[in-house]
Write a protein that binds this ligand. Structure first.
Ligand SMILES: [Zn+2]
Ligand SMILES: [Zn+2]
Length: 266
């Protein structure tokens, strides 16, 4: 069995999740992933409303999955969407359940999710979008009090890549990007390689150039996350992403168990 670890998975417990939690576990096992962590959304004041989780049901389904698949590590985590205005409430919700993993995420930039690409890019050039997004990520990484890893750095272009928008690169906003990477390294925070667009674009978020810079700065903690909302997407792009990581000098994946860092050989 390949030692892949998928540390960014959603189930139908998330507002935008499609497959049931047990289905996601089965699909992970079939894909040869022995270690997974669910990261259901907590994201408040989103344009479509609040993303919250039924914590009691989440804990119950995780316990059920662990009992059904004793040979797998099945982690319970949260993807914590941060903004200045919602931070206090999100932090409170992040402390309700004992978690394996807290994944810090930034979706809203200036009150808009780049998922709504028409609205987001209507009044922004690429350079403005990158700068504004990275400044928002910077505020999150320095202000959010308690997290293990940063999700999908480069999300700002996720929904427009391939439409004249190459992935986020170092040239887009070098100073703030450098500040984010240095902060992660100096504070022992992991950087996620999100593979949700790998099959379409042959790169993760962040892409090779940014991962290389993180490594040059001394960063050693990388996680792999498919961001799968449905069973067919679990571990998508992992073999290629793993090769890229090894090539860049990351022999291990970071994983977390009860918030404790556990390195797994790639
Ligand atoms: Zn996300
Ligand atoms: Zn996600």
């Amino acid at each position: 069995m390949r030692a892949f670890c998928d540390y960014h998975i959603h189930s139908s417990l998330s507002l935008d999740g499609i497959s049931a939690l047990m289905e996601q576990v089965r699909a992970s096992r079939a894909a040869g992933v022995a270690k997974i962590c669910f990261t259901e959304h907590i994201d408040l004041d989103m344009p479509g409303g609040d993303f919250k989780v039924d914590f009691a049901e989440y804990a119950r389904q995780i316990a059920e999955a662990r009992a059904a698949f004793p040979g797998m590590f099945i982690g319970i985590g949260l993807e914590l969407g941060d903004t200045t205005g919602t931070r206090k409430r999100v932090v409170a919700l992040s402390n309700v359940l004992p978690l394996d993993y807290k994944l810090l995420s930034r979706h809203l930039v200036g009150g808009i999710d780049p998922y709504d690409a028409d609205a987001f890019f209507a009044h922004r050039t690429r350079a403005q979008a990158a700068q504004e997004y990275l400044e928002a990520v910077w505020r999150s990484v320095v202000s959010f009090p308690d997290y293990d890893a940063l999700a999908h750095l480069g999300y700002v272009f996720k929904f427009v890549q391939g439409k004249g928008f190459p992935p986020l690169g170092r040239a887009d906003a070098p100073d703030v990007l450098e500040a984010i990477l240095r902060h992660l390294v100096q504070n022992g925070k992991a950087l996620e390689v999100n593979t949700s667009r790998w099959n379409a674009f042959g790169e993760g978020m962040p892409g090779r150039e940014i991962l290389q810079r993180y490594r040059e700065l001394g960063g050693e903690l990388v996680t792999l996350g498919s961001d799968a909302h449905e069973a067919g997407k679990v571990a998508q792009g992992f073999p290629q992403a793993a090769e890229q990581l090894k090539d860049l000098g990351f022999p291990y994946l970071a994983t977390f168990e009860a918030r404790r860092l556990v390195m797994e050989k790639l």
